[in-house]
Design a protein around this ligand. Sequence first.
Ligand SMILES: *[C@@H]1O[C@H](CO)[C@@H](O)[C@H](O)[C@H]1NC(C)=O
Ligand SMILES: *[C@@H]1O[C@H](CO)[C@@H](O)[C@H](O)[C@H]1NC(C)=O
Length: 203
Amino acid sequence: MVLVRALFLAGAFAFITAKEVKVTIFYESLCPYSIEYLVKQAIPGYKTLSNNIKLDLVPYGNAKTVNKSGTLEFICQHGEGECKGNRYHGCVLDLNPIDKASSYIACDLAADDPSDDKALKQCANETDISWTDLKKCVDSGKADEIMAKYGERTNSARPPIPGVPTTFFNDVYDEELSDDAYTSFVTVVCSFLDNEPAACNSF
Ligand SMILES: *[C@@H]1O[C@H](CO)[C@@H](O)[C@H](O)[C@H]1NC(C)=O
Ligand SMILES: *[C@@H]1O[C@H](CO)[C@@H](O)[C@H](O)[C@H]1NC(C)=O
């Protein structure tokens, strides 16, 4: 009886607090589809509903990690520039709260070449992020450790990600929702929220 009651309370509590949805996005920094999605849908959508979204960005995508007896190397789908961009994104996520980090990432991805030092640096300035700390993270082994972790997360995703970008909602992959989010991110997020916030009504 006590157990039943405890479960009931836990259930009720979960219902009342289900006003947040976790959104995990697997992407890579030079993939045109990832760029389009993050710049036009996911990050602006997150800004609109930031109180209701736990945003979890995973900048790795189709990269491969090679561990040569302790020395980490990465092979990225769109070449070395993409590995560089992923490193900056991984470091910015490691060093900053998600609202700030996502602003940096949106700024960088909107540049003509997101892997160019000019964009990487100027976006740090525009989003009030320390370029010195960011560059230090990228140039040290720290970025490689971060990348290796993102690689493990990406490779252990179940089901395996079918490509990039892929979006999981509350740690679950649903092909239709992930596809719909590509063009209607806010609408998909709102479908998860019990008491739809005002921002949902305008979509
Ligand atoms: C890389 O390999 C070394 C052993 O050669 C191991 O100690 C280390 O944990 C590995 N690093 C990662 C990130 O897998
Ligand atoms: C951004 O650039 C301006 C002009 O160069 C400078 O005054 C400012 O301190 C920079 N901001 C950061 C956060 O680096």
